[in-house]
Ligand binder design. Structure first.
Ligand code: NDP
Ligand code: GDR
Length: 378
């Protein structure tokens, strides 16, 4: 019954006649990644190329350079000819997505593309809903339109922001969702439409509910990278003070390289399921600040409270960190702490990088980058 319905609903169902069986089709290893230019997209591309995949990515047309995280992979191109290709596209453009799926005929699709900044989502709520919520539907439907719903495995970049307001900790696959931002609400749609297409059309579609993961490739406006970059610049005398929002928010921070491996593992199982990836530890923003400056030999002490709180260098007394309410969110997610037991048990996944090593890697990378950086370059 289910498959009859899905065939009737798929406008390009006739393409099926020319397709090999799903088992035969999946002997190729062809991945399509939306959001390939982002932090996770770049690590996932590296992983899949190492595993012998042909990797295709969707990139947006931009007036300035947006492929810097992929630059080193381009350079390796002649060693791996025809293994890595980029296509112009956008999650807001269904026709384009159908065209790309039909052209690439992927065996695995990773939907990492998103307006991924929580604070920005309050300012661009409709756009975030369109790209992060409906964009997921468009990509799933493009797969179905091409008659590939039984052939393609689909990964949805779901998020710990779904949990939002604390209902229980640690948060697991069974914890109820209570999103606290337009981003979280849009991702809630993405989560459920993925579950729905799995149940309605028998698609192999999984949600990875990933807790925060960082790296030296993290976007500069996310808090960890903002701190590691500022700490390096302050240490080198290029910046005088770091302005932050809520210092008390707690996050479960892991390393992006570990998390992309979990994404891939989710698509290699016998049956599709949803998984939490997390470290099982949580730390407040202020601890990240202390650790980052600590790596550079600066001990941060705190005084004052609320918006008057400030962090100063214990040795010199100079104020290096101040609170700026501009960075507060209209509704905050105060505490995230994940339970990765299911992924550890069924996928054999475990994070390798701990909190201390993550902060150290990020600060050291930013210190090196800061020494050679020419400002205002695209
Ligand atoms: P980034 O912000 O680094 O990357 C987002 C990617 O999405 C970029 O490649 C961006 O392209 C692309 N993108 C943005 N808008 C569109 C659009 N309209 N159409 C197509 N592509 C678009 O995010 P991360 O790599 O950190 O995260 C990857 C995914 O995982 C995101 O969906 C995010 O929401 C989710 N997630 C991330 C977590 C984390 O801690 N990093 C945790 C849980 C979930 P461009 O470069 O042109 O801007
Ligand atoms: P988050 O990441 O909102 O958890 O979303 P972010 O690093 O932006 O914020 C983490 C916490 O730090 C507090 N904070 C600040 N945040 C930013 N960006 N800038 C500041 O100056 C600042 N000061 C304090 C925030 O209030 C928040 O509590 C990330 C994104 O990658 C999402 O796409 C992803 O889904 C989730 O992680 C899991």
């Amino acid at each position: 019954m289910t498959s009859q319905l899905s065939e009737a609903a798929a406008p390009f169902a006739s393409m099926r006649g020319n397709l090999p069986s799903p088992e035969e089709y999946r002997k190729r290893k062809v991945a399509l990644i939306s959001g390939i230019t982002g932090q996770d997209g770049s690590y996932l591309t590296e992983l899949l190329l190492e595993k012998g995949y042909e990797v295709h990515g969707i990139i947006r047309r931009s007036s300035s350079f947006n492929t810097s995280r992929l630059h080193h992979l381009y350079e390796d191109q002649h060693e791996r000819p025809n293994k890595f290709k980029l296509h112009y596209g956008d999650l807001s453009d269904s026709t384009n997505l159908v065209y790309i799926i039909a052209q690439v005929q992927p065996t695995e699709v990773y939907n990492l593309g998103a307006q991924s900044h929580v604070k920005v989502s309050f300012e661009m709520a409709e756009y975030t809903g369109d790209v992060d919520g409906l964009g997921t539907l468009r990509l799933l439907d493009a797969i179905r339109t091409c008659g590939l719903e039984k052939h393609v495995r689909f990964y949805q970049a779901s998020t710990s922001e779904l949990y939002g307001k604390v209902v229980e900790t640690p948060q697991s696959e069974t914890t109820p969702f209570y999103p606290r931002s337009p981003y979280g609400v849009a991702k809630l749609y993405g989560y459920w439409i993925t579950v729905n297409y799995r149940e309605a059309y028998g698609m192999y579609a999984c949600n990875g509910i990933l807790f925060n993961h960082e790296s030296p490739r993290r976007g500069r406006t996310f808090v960890t990278r903002k701190i590691s970059r500022a700490a390096a610049d302050i240490f080198l005398g290029k910046q005088s003070c770091l302005y932050l929002g809520n210092l008390d928010a707690k996050r479960d921070w892991g390393h992006a390289r570990d998390y992309v491996e979990g994404m891939w593992l989710m698509l290699q199982q016998d049956k599709p399921e949803d998984f939490v990836l997390a470290t099982g530890e949580t730390h407040p923003v202020r601890e990240y600040v202390e650790k980052a400056f600590g790596i550079l030999g600066i001990t941060i002490k705190w005084r004052g409270s609320g918006t008057d709180e400030e962090g100063y260098d214990e040795k010199t007394g100079k104020v290096l960190v101040r609170v700026d309410p501009r960075y507060f969110r209209p509704a905050e997610v105060e505490l995230l702490l994940g339970n990765p037991a299911k992924a550890e048990r069924l996928l054999g996944w475990k994070r390798k990088v701990d909190f201390e090593s993550l902060v150290k890697e990020m600060v050291e990378a930013d210190l090196e980058a800061s020494k050679t950086r020419i400002e205002n370059q695209n």
